[in-house]
Design a protein around this ligand. Structure first.
Ligand SMILES: Cc1ncc(COP(=O)(O)O)c(C=O)c1O
Length: 401
């Protein structure tokens, strides 16, 4: 496919989307909705037909074409996806690097802050993602002072976090929305707490970016990261790392270097430049300092397409639609014997319930073609998205009722 065909195909997909209105039409964009009542978007969101078409065009090009367009075309997808993501969370494009994984980005952050060298500590809580807690436990073994605050009745109390923070705290790290029960942390109170102690707030936003409005400025989030394969409706291996501009290279040092050098001597060059080093280089500045090599272009392309889609629908509208589904689950599931472990009125697309007999519950749901997650033994997590509707919820309730 040549560049003109690529661009015109992309534009057609956007126009088709633009012509559609309402969430009934959105359902048609996600063919998975036809084969099952898929209510496990917190594990992995399906691709829309628009993102799938964009990735197919790339694969088609990789398979069949040679020559132009080479990387500038695909680099544009990377750059536009970063801009669209910046707009989504009210950051500046100069604050967004591409990332490969949320957990990798948090690890890079910890390496870059080098907190153990300063004798500082990190405060987190047990509603952060289990792999992140694992990361902290491993670093504890290497001498990092880590304080993991336990939840009370499936919420993190700010007063418990306050008790763990002291003047040596350098970082408060949270999952803004918990993957366990969808609990939305009181992020402003926690960022105020961090800032009052000269610390910073990191938010893992993978379970909410694209699903609820995020404003890093208003929420006081200093650093954040997510992959695109959940509520950003993309694929694995591509995501974003937000680092507040004034922290880049100072508080958050890059730890994996990626760039190029100029070989300033023969036989590399016929005209070496006087006064220049043999291996001359300029350190990368801006968010690029956190990026390593090429991104996954499949990731960048699907993210570009799905972020356009999310902006077009509007995150506030997405939230309003999904709230009608989670509100109903919160009301009706406890009444049929599944008590909720998600606080009422919680602003996220995830709600979880305790199943008395998890094995039997999953059997019934599978037989009815309903997909949910059963985690931590008996915690049934249900996470509807834009293309789900009340019939999906009817199906789940009928299977369990
Ligand atoms: C809260 C949370 N953080 C991190 C991850 C893992 O993210 P990644 O695969 O981007 O490292 C998950 C995956 O389920 C998650 O739910």
């Amino acid at each position: 496919m040549n560049r003109r065909r690529f661009l015109s195909a992309t534009t057609t997909a956007s126009l088709t989307l633009g012509a559609k209105r309402g969430f009934a039409a959105v359902r048609d964009d996600f063919p998975r909705a036809r084969s099952a009542a898929y209510l496990d978007n917190a594990s992995c969101h399906p691709l829309s037909v628009h993102s799938a078409a964009a990735v197919h065009r790339y694969i088609d090009w990789e398979t069949n074409e040679v020559g132009e367009p080479w990387w500038p075309q695909w680099a544009r997808a990377r750059d536009e996806s970063k801009k669209l993501f910046a707009a989504l969370i009210n950051a500046k494009p100069s604050e967004i690097a591409f990332a490969r994984s949320t957990i990798e980005a948090e690890s890079n952050l910890l390496n870059g802050m080098n907190i153990e060298a300063t004798g500082g500590n990190v405060v987190t809580n047990d509603l952060h993602y289990s792999a992140a807690i694992y990361n902290y436990r491993m670093r504890q073994q290497d001498g990092l002072d880590v304080r993991i605050v336990k939840n009370r009745d499936w919420r993190t109390e700010v007063r418990d976090m306050e008790r763990a923070v002291d003047k040596k705290t350098k970082l408060i790290s949270i999952a803004l929305v918990s993957n366990v029960n969808g609990y939305l942390q009181d992020v402003k109170a926690l960022s105020d707490l961090a800032h009052a102690h000269g610390a910073y707030l990191y938010a893992d936003i993978i379970q909410c970016a694209g699903a609820i409005p995020i404003d890093v400025r208003a929420m006081g989030i200093d650093i954040a990261a997510c992959s695109t394969y959940k509520w950003l409706m993309g694929v694995k291996g591509y995501g974003f790392y937000y680092v507040r501009e004034d922290l880049q290279g100072t508080v958050v040092k890059p730890t994996q270097h990626s760039g190029g050098v100029r070989f300033n001597y023969a036989p590399w060059t016929e005209s070496p430049e006087a006064g220049l080093d043999d291996f001359a280089f300029k350190p990368v500045t801006g968010p690029g300092r956190y990026e390593v090599s090429y991104p996954s272009y499949e990731g960048a392309i699907s993210a570009q397409e799905s972020l356009r889609y999310i902006h077009e629908l509007g995150v506030a509208n997405i939230r309003t639609h999904v709230r009608t589904l989670t509100d109903r689950l919160q009301k009706e599931l406890p009444a049929i014997g599944y008590p909720s472990i998600t606080p009422h009125g919680n602003e996220s697309p995830i709600c979880s319930f305790v199943a008395r007999d998890p094995g039997r519950t999953m059997e019934k749901l599978r037989a009815a073609g309903v997909h949910v997650a059963m985690r931590f033994g008996n915690k049934m997590r249900i996470s509807p998205s834009v293309y789900n509707n009340q019939q999906d919820i009817d199906r789940l309730l009928a299977a369990l009722g």
